[in-house]
Design a protein around this ligand. Structure first.
Ligand SMILES: [Zn+2]
Length: 274
């Protein structure tokens, strides 16, 4: 159920949701000069290539969310000791095409941010998982502006026109293959310990942020801004939380194995055009 809070009042979230004032909050700026290289980081995606027919897109007043129902096998992610089930994919965007991400990389923002929210299978569901320090993994994809449309994401874009009103949902016409929303280079990613970026801001999230972006066109981005908030005739023009203090937290970066991706250059995150 959507809670009553707004992005306009985010500096007051902590009054109602104390965790929002904590020291392990998200999003943060990722400073690529201060990354800790971690050869032991292994991220494995399971069933991300599997097609999912008849999924719905829901307007919950804060974003569009594509939720997976619990009675069929969902895509999974494994990192460290944990195995995590995909619970939903949702989007963040901005009031302009250049600043719509929650996380920034070297103080640069992208156009939109995709959050693949997973919960630790130990806890059975997202609600329980978010009360635990190792409860949630959010796999994060940054989208940059592109002149051409992203065809893979088009089925979701097409559904947006049917869910402009708060609390409406529409079936996505095509089957969804979640791996198609991920960048080609899945070997290079940043990770840090943070929180949900919406109330209650639970400090239960390991963030995994791909270094490489995907792309969406100005038209595609404009379709997200058609969605309405809970309040009648108020559109979701931007749904990003402000950058939070790092408070000394480490940000780690994967060290990809050269044999898995021959075109890969260990230091190429410095060359990415953010
Ligand atoms: Zn999110």
């Amino acid at each position: 159920m959507a809670q009553k809070w707004t992005y306009d009042e985010q500096s007051f979230w902590r009054q109602q949701f104390p965790s929002c004032g904590g020291r392990r909050q998200s999003p943060i700026n990722i400073n690529t000069d201060k990354l800790i290289k971690d050869k032991s980081l292994q991220l494995k995606l399971i069933d991300y290539d599997k097609p999912f027919p008849n999924l719905s897109a829901n307007n919950n007043g804060h974003t569009v969310a594509i939720e997976l129902d619990s009675n069929r096998k969902r895509p999974q992610l494994s990192v460290g000791q944990g195995l995590y089930d995909l619970s939903e994919l949702h989007f963040h965007w901005g009031d302009n095409n250049l600043e719509g991400t929650e996380h920034s990389i070297d103080n640069y923002f992208g156009s939109a941010e995709l959050h693949f929210v997973h919960y630790n299978t130990l806890y059975g569901n997202l609600l329980n998982a978010r009360q635990n320090i190792n409860g949630v993994v959010v796999l994060t994809v940054i989208s940059q502006l592109s002149r051409s449309e992203n065809n893979a994401i088009q089925p979701i874009i097409k559904a947006l026109r049917h869910i402009t009103r708060f609390n409406t949902s529409a079936t996505i016409a095509n089957q969804i293959v979640f791996s198609k929303f991920l960048p080609l280079n899945k070997q290079l990613f940043f990770t840090y310990k943070g929180s949900l970026t919406t109330p209650p801001c639970s400090e239960s999230v390991q963030w995994i942020i791909y270094a490489d972006p995907i792309r969406m066109s100005p038209f595609q981005l404009s379709q997200f801004r058609r969605l309405h908030k809970r309040e009648i005739n108020r559109r979701i023009i931007a749904n990003t939380r402000d950058i939070q203090k790092r408070h000394g937290r480490e940000v780690r970066v994967s060290v990809p194995q050269p044999n898995r991706d021959s075109t890969f250059d260990d230091n190429n995150y410095n060359d990415i055009d953010y």
